[in-house]
Design a protein. Structure first.
Length: 346
């Protein structure tokens, strides 16, 4: 395994982060425990969770992923071996069954205390705001929705002050953002600096070979402000394994069970790009999965690459990608495809 640190901290984290959003929906508690055992054995010390998980979110399954992680901590006593993240859900219809006051002080207090209880821990190493309450271009929205976006932005000062209180109590070690824009990220950084409040150290946004929108604005923020990317959906919900090419719908696959989650990645141009990347992988005698993950592992603005799997064979391949180094020639081939078909999946 390769390691880095959370920016502006001395917290050592693996370059591969274990994603957990299928646990309690597509994976049983026993399967999740097996994944955590294997990941830790292979040097993965960074686990990413959220109060919302598993996904797709339902009132019945809300919080089940955190409960599963908590039961593993209790069974194994491995809490101190793991750098643990979780997130408070943003506002909107999708989370109306959780709460309706976004990132208010009351909402943050409720969310964090409940997460700690489910996770059976006294603290969370990295606590993140899952997505903005205002309208932004994420989750398949390519451009800023200026006609419908909420005019009123989050109360950045109140949010950071509330999170500071939890840091002082020792219940949070560090804070991060997720699904944020350059404007939102800079607003948090500026508010933090002006008021001597906790500074976000990471931002968890989607990034993959067919969705490199992070490079338009956000990568510069990452590099100049030292706020690291935790890349999620690096395989574009499984599309970048190649298993859905030629109209295939594998039994039990996420895209087969929940088509709406892969819809944003299945345009004609996305499919063409995936086919071209597959050819590059074949020429290099690696899988498309390995090519897709290794590309992200080598990026200078990435702190960690969040992988997720429902099968142990997938998990092993994903973690193993850390040992693959793409040559300059291969990277040039990837760039040629990107120039021909840039960001086909928003």
């Amino acid at each position: 395994m390769k390691y880095t640190t959370l920016p502006n901290t001395d917290v050592k984290v693996s370059k591969i982060c274990l994603g957990t959003m299928t646990w309690g929906m597509q994976n049983t508690e026993a399967e999740a425990h097996e994944q955590m055992d294997y990941a830790l054995e292979k040097g993965v010390n960074f686990f990413d969770a959220a109060e919302l998980y598993p996904v797709p979110a339902t009132p019945e399954s809300y919080g089940d992923t955190e409960r599963i992680i908590g039961s593993w901590f209790k069974k194994t006593g491995n809490r101190e071996k793991v750098v643990l993240t979780s997130k408070i859900a943003g506002g909107g219809d999708y989370t109306a069954h959780i709460r309706k006051d976004g990132f208010s002080k009351r909402a943050i207090i409720e969310a964090l205390e409940n997460s700690l209880q489910r996770l059976q821990t006294d603290y969370i190493d990295l606590y993140q705001l899952h997505w903005p309450s205002r309208g932004v271009n994420c989750f398949g929205v390519r451009d800023y929705p200026f006609k419908t976006a909420t005019k009123e932005a989050e109360n950045h000062l109140e949010i950071l002050e509330t999170l500071q209180d939890f840091i002082k109590q020792g219940k949070i070690k560090h804070i991060g953002l997720s699904n944020e824009t350059p404007w939102g990220t800079m607003k948090y950084l500026q508010t933090s600096e002006a008021n001597k409040l906790p500074r976000p150290v990471t931002i968890q946004n989607s990034y993959s070979l067919i969705h490199r929108g992070y490079e338009v604005g956000m990568s510069e923020v990452s590099l100049r402000e030292n706020i690291g990317l935790l890349a999620y959906s690096p395989l574009a919900q499984g599309i970048l394994t190649g298993k859905y090419l030629n109209g295939n719908l594998p039994e039990g696959a996420r895209g087969t069970l929940f088509p709406r989650f892969v819809a944003r990645y299945t345009s004609e141009s996305s499919t063409t790009a995936v086919s071209k990347y597959l050819e590059i992988a074949k020429r290099n005698n690696i899988s498309l999965t390995e090519l897709s993950l290794a590309f992200i592992n080598q990026l200078p603005f990435v702190t960690s690459n969040i992988i997720g799997a429902t099968k142990m064979s997938q998990l092993k391949e994903n973690i193993g990608s850390i040992n693959i180094n793409l040559s300059d020639e291969t990277l040039s081939e990837i760039e040629k495809v990107h120039q021909e078909i840039p960001n086909p999946a928003p």
